[in-house]
Design a protein around this ligand. Sequence first.
Ligand code: MV4
Length: 445
Amino acid sequence: MFKKILIANRGEIALRIIRTCKEMGIKTVAVYSTVDKDSLHVRFADEAVCIGPPASSQSYLSMHNLLSVAEITNADAIHPGYGFLSENAEFSELCRIHNIKFIGASPEMINAMGDKSNAKETMKKAGVPIVPGSDGLLHDIKEGIKISKKIGYPVILKSTAGGGGRGMRIVWKDDEFEAAFNSAQTEAKAAFGNDGMYLEKYIEEPRHIEIQIAGDQYGKVCHLSERDCSIQRRHQKLIEECPSPFMTDELREKMGEAAIKAASSISYEGVGTIEFLVDKHRNFYFMEMNTRIQVEHPVTEEVINYDLIKEQILIAAGVPISGKNHYPKMHCIECRINAEDPYKNFAPNPGKITSLHIPGGHGIRVDTHIYAGYVIPPNYDSMIAKLIVVHQTREECIVKMKRALEEFIIEGVKTTIPLQLQLMQNEDFINGNFTTKFMESFVIK
Ligand code: MV4
């Protein structure tokens, strides 16, 4: 087993990883930028080393600085958390070269899934359902129009390097195609330095349902059920839950098997997520694979009663997985609390938390790095807490979430709490009647 793990991240996920390391008897090294010197991950780790100025590019993304710290402190593994270098093939490879275990995907696995068009082809060969569309990348506009005519409008143009909706355009008819293609490609080229585009049938009003999987180096892959992440705004998730209100036992079985096929086809090791679009007829299609631990992993931890960070560390150390699929025994809902003003178009609202009360009681879990007096720096993601509630039924979870949101007092900065409180009282949300389009028509009171 590892003796010492360097955590190449900050905020709640750095704390989350430190907690599991402590329980496993593994020493921890925190790294921090100058603006994070008073952070809890620095206080709770066994050692902490400053790695640079606030800009991520010079601190949490500095591969050289991170590897130097790992070397100096004698860490035998690096946990990248989510974001930052968690899906960076070059960093994963550098760790391998320097004989430091990267607790995440191999460069090969990251590269196989990082190119979306390539990932889709791999899934097609593996027998995982995909949305009909172009075979690989589009060569020109003429070809795109020809395919669109064949599969029928609407279609969606996607950047192969994409993610987060950038370089994506919906096209409704032939004469819109050229302009949409050019603007999507220009956007993709600027954002990712890659202008490869592919096309597929546009699924209207889908649900975003993802399957958590775990695989080991002995070729065993199992699924750990789903998370419904349909409540998003501009590709930022606001609420995640399990079971999905749209799920059936039969659909879970089918999507679980497809996710296992997907991960097995690239001999996946570690924990990962297969994202699917699910249409109103419960047809499901592979969208992307995430080769990292995700923000919403606690939802799965709570419903199957299973520490996913511990599982990642065990898999990285070569311990075989149990090999059984896991099914929800409870219901869980997570709200991502962001320091943003929902009444001002979700503008980031960093600054000092002047007073704080964190909710508690039965079935409440709060994963956060904030404390009274903490100053949220403007340099990073605006998520400041995850409020997670667990109970037997969805109805009880919604009651509990409303109570916990009302009890959550954060003064000094604006947060998304009022929006989430309103969602807990929304008839369509309560009835499980929502798709990825839900937030587009939601009016904040
Ligand atoms: C789609 C789609 C409809 N049809 N693909 C958005 C981000 C990127 N990962 C894929 N996305 C979508 N792909 C087809 N063929 C709709 C979306 C989409 C979406 C997906 C999941 C969650 C929220 C979304 C919001 C807008 C669009």
